[in-house]
Design a protein around this ligand. Structure first.
Ligand code: NAP
Length: 288
């Protein structure tokens, strides 16, 4: 199958990265099934074929129906779990509702899409699941604890899933972007929990201020992110992790090096927790 004839299912194509990815593919002549909450979007169709479906990620039935509708149109080769949003809050100050909604959209939404798509992908014995997580899912910063937790939940699930479906011909890729210039940090997207306690002013509070001030000046170019995702999907050996942006690269390196150093610094303590090796077996019974 040629690259252009692959069918992509992408959640959240109303704006941002999902929209740019859809438009890039359509310009090349690919077939895109995109979802938006309202089932419509102003998307340039280029040479390709676009079908829009309505999907609110928190509605399990709507997810099942959208995925069934997509496979009902024929095969789907690539599933991109893109829809999502951020929550700026200290861990202590977020409300029960804010945390539950964030997990509903950012973790359970992709999980529902994956569970609905897997029977079809298994039957096809091919497919590629691309989950857009975040650098926060690799290297969490202060002020984004629940966003990081939801993205890490996707990371953990996906890394298990990758091992389960590799023998079935299905790839899994985690896309871990740094800061990209979309609506993500705008008031249309980002939600705010609490960052008002004085004790968190220098950590969660400062991080929230820094991110708010970054809106519109993020270093990452969504068009280049879309091109990188397409390149990874088309590669002969698609990566499990695709870290996007110089900021994300730097933070990932720092986390890996700090983890590695700590692993070695505490190695003897950690290794010392195995059961003691059994000693020589004492002789049993009377000797002749
Ligand atoms: N941009 C970044 O810096 C960055 C960095 C790391 C990770 N990411 C991740 O990249 C993905 C795309 O974000 P973006 O930067 O393109 O942000 P964006 O411009 O805010 O777009 C977010 C998309 O998600 C959709 N969405 C949000 N909540 C939804 C829900 N409950 N049900 C259905 N659709 C929903 C939005 O639809 P509506 O238009 O209807 O709201 C929109 O299409 C997200 O998963 C985000 O976490 C972004």
């Amino acid at each position: 199958m040629s690259h252009e004839s692959k069918v992509w299912f992408i959640t959240g194509v109303s704006r941002g990265l999902g929209k740019v990815l859809a438009e890039t593919l359509l310009a090349e002549g690919a077939t895109v099934i995109g979802t938006t909450r309202g089932g419509s979007a102003g998307i340039a169709r280029g040479q390709g074929r676009l079908t829009l479906l309505a999907l609110e990620m928190t509605d399990p039935r709507a997810v099942r129906e959208a995925v069934e509708a997509a496979f009902g149109l024929g095969r789907v080769d690539v599933i991109v779990n893109n829809a999502g949003y951020g929550l700026l809050s200290s861990v202590e100050e977020a409300s029960e509702e804010q945390v539950a909604h964030l997990f509903d959209v950012n973790f359970h939404g992709p999980r529902r899409v994956i569970q609905a798509a897997l029977p079809h992908l298994r039957a096809q014995r091919s497919g590629h699941i691309v989950n857009i997580t975040s650098i926060a899912g690799v290297a969490p910063a202060a002020g984004s604890g629940y966003y990081a937790a939801a993205k890490m939940a996707v990371e953990g699930m996906s890394q298990s899933l990758a091992r389960e479906v590799a023998p079935l011909g299905i790839h899994v890729t985690l896309v871990e972007p740094g800061a990209f210039r979309t609506d993500f940090l705008s008031d249309r997207s980002i939600r705010r929990g609490g960052t008002s306690l004085e004790d968190y002013a220098a950590t969660a509070g400062a991080a929230a201020q820094r991110l708010t001030a970054m809106a519109g000046r993020q270093p990452g170019d969504p068009a280049r992110a879309a091109a990188a995702i397409i390149e990874a999907v088309r590669s002969r050996q698609p990566p499990l992790h695709l870290v996007l942006g110089s900021d994300a690269y730097q933070r990932t390196r720092e986390v890996l090096e700090a983890f590695s150093a700590e692993l070695e610094a505490w190695k003897q303590v950690g290794l010392g927790t195995d059961f003691a090796a059994p000693g020589p077996t004492p002789p049993s019974g009377p000797r002749a």
